[in-house]
Design a protein around this ligand. Structure first.
Ligand code: ADE
Length: 246
């Protein structure tokens, strides 16, 4: 997969792209991430990328020309007339696991990071094919949002994670939150690891984990449990948990 990121601050991506899972995926040529400085696509002496908004108001707005030209240059280099082009903005559809899965099927992806008070609407209307938000809060720019998208998409690419099971069992993959995890030592500052995890009984461990996932999701994210397709066994595990508690 190739991801082209258009930004005013390419240096923000340095650490992110060289470490951990993304760093390894790039080393193994599973993903090719290219950064493009939007400012390099200006033609004036001062490399102006923003202007005051028409109609007045606070802050500056990113001009359309350098962004259109940067996207067109990437498409030309790829020899493609259309490439999925995502504008990161708080007005976009909310990112979730399903959207990440769909993006992970793309061979090429262009991400546009806005900055300042906003970006000329013609970018969203006539250049971007998708607009994505990473949450209902304002970031100072789309760079962190682009990193979030790259991270959750790249980890879904075949061969990126060590074992396929870590993907399958991951939080949100099945619409439930993950069960609690523990490692050595078995007792730390007087707090013990749940005894079932030390029992060696894999059937009981799997049941306990599923039950914990269900309970956590009900408590912390009731919106997710409403959408999850619970099996009869899930319902039994839940009623058992509630019986024990009451
Ligand atoms: N840019 C500023 N805030 C954002 C958000 N919440 N998601 C995506 N891009 C943004």
């Amino acid at each position: 997969m190739r991801i082209d990121i258009l930004t005013l601050f390419p240096q923000m991506f340095d650490g992110f792209l060289s470490c951990s899972i993304i760093g390894r995926a790039r080393e193994r040529d599973i993903v090719d991430v290219r950064l493009h400085d939007i400012r390099a696509y200006t033609h004036d002496k001062h490399h102006i990328v923003d202007e005051y908004p028409y109609g007045g108001g606070a802050g500056m707005v990113l001009k359309p020309e350098p962004i259109f030209e940067a996207v067109e240059a990437v498409k030309e280099e790829l020899g493609l007339s259309s490439v999925p082009t995502v504008l990161l903005s708080p007005q976009g559809r909310l990112l979730n696991h399903e959207i990440a899965r769909q993006l992970a099927h793309c061979q090429h992806l262009i991400l546009i990071c806005g900055h300042y008070e906003g970006i000329d609407e013609r970018v969203a209307e006539h250049l971007a094919t998708d607009e994505i938000s990473i949450g209902d809060y304002l970031l100072s720019g789309g760079e962190v949002a682009a990193m979030v998208v790259v991270d959750c998409v790249v980890r879904l690419l075949p061969g990126v994670l060590g074992s396929e099971t870590s993907l399958v069992e991951d939080s949100h993959t099945y619409g439930l939150l993950e069960y609690p995890q523990y490692t050595r030592p078995a007792i730390y500052r007087g707090w013990s690891v749940p005894s079932v995890l030390l029992s060696g009984n894999h059937g009981e461990i799997a049941q306990w984990r599923r039950q914990q996932s269900l309970l956590r999701t009900i408590k912390r994210r009731p919106d997710l449990i409403e959408k999850a397709a619970l099996s009869d066994e899930d319902k039994r595990l839940l009623s058992e948990a509630f019986e024990i508690k009451s």
